[in-house]
Design a protein around this ligand. Structure first.
Ligand SMILES: Cc1cc2nc3c(=O)[nH]c(=O)nc-3n(C[C@H](O)[C@H](O)[C@H](O)COP(=O)(O)O)c2cc1C
Length: 204
């Protein structure tokens, strides 16, 4: 709390906080904490519906996130987070818990188009026409380029590998294993791009 207040006082830009429900099962203090954080002057609060002790086990529990929103004293935007993997679940989280936004983490690994898919579903109540294989590959290639541009060649490639490894797009392709190994071992951007081009040529 003191750290948050000190940061809010020290800077001239909006300060936001992201935290969990509490330390463990017996200390889920988030509803009270949210109010106190708001009193520190933060601009928005994101809550991951797990405790620290849970790490990533069990399911995210959104009920306390909903309780924060029910508190009439709260007025800053509340962003709910945890296990949102589909457009339907995103909509459900808005509807059931009244959050101002949802944050998506792991479900974006290897499918950054999930943000478009969720947005479309929320706005239109139906699924977007799925991107084609080639369009998805274009997006992944852009992600690789951005990663290298922002982080540099080696760190950028190391960073983006987990996204390429996780992408559902390349799951279950016939005889993909050797190319997958090449893709996840490439150390130069030109080599990696050439492999991605080859994947489009073969499977596109
Ligand atoms: C690789 C990885 C790195 C993360 N780094 C951070 C971080 O730096 N700060 C943070 O608040 N949460 C971090 N998180 C937690 C996520 O932001 C998020 O709260 C959590 O994954 C639950 O949301 P999800 O089910 O949508 O993934 C990280 C999660 C993963 C998987």
């Amino acid at each position: 709390m003191e750290i948050t207040k000190a940061v809010v006082d020290a800077v001239n830009i909006p300060v936001t906080v992201k935290t969990r429900l509490g330390w463990d099962e017996n200390n889920k203090c988030i509803v009270d904490l949210a109010e106190r954080l708001q009193d520190c002057g933060i601009a928005a609060l994101t809550v991951h519906g797990r405790t620290r002790a849970q790490m990533y086990t069990g399911d995210a529990d959104w009920t306390l996130i909903g309780k924060i929103k029910e508190n009439p004293r709260m007025h800053i935007p509340i962003i709910g987070n945890g296990d949102v993997r589909t457009p339907e679940r995103a909509k459900e989280c808005f509807d059931l818990y009244g959050v101002d936004a949802v944050m998506i983490g792991r479900a974006s690994f290897g499918q950054p188009w999930i943000f478009r898919d969720v947005k479309h579903y929320l706005e239109h109540g139906e699924h977007a026409v799925p991107f084609t294989f080639a369009e998805c590959m274009d997006i992944l290639r852009e992600q690789v380029r951005d990663s290298v541009e922002w982080l540099g060649e080696r760190p950028g490639i190391l960073h983006v590998r987990r996204h390429l490894a996780a992408t559902p797009l390349l799951k279950g392709l016939a005889d993909f294993r050797p190319l997958r190994i090449e893709m996840l071992r490439a150390e130069k951007i030109d080599d990696l791009m050439a492999i991605l081009d080859k994947i489009v040529e073969i499977y596109g």
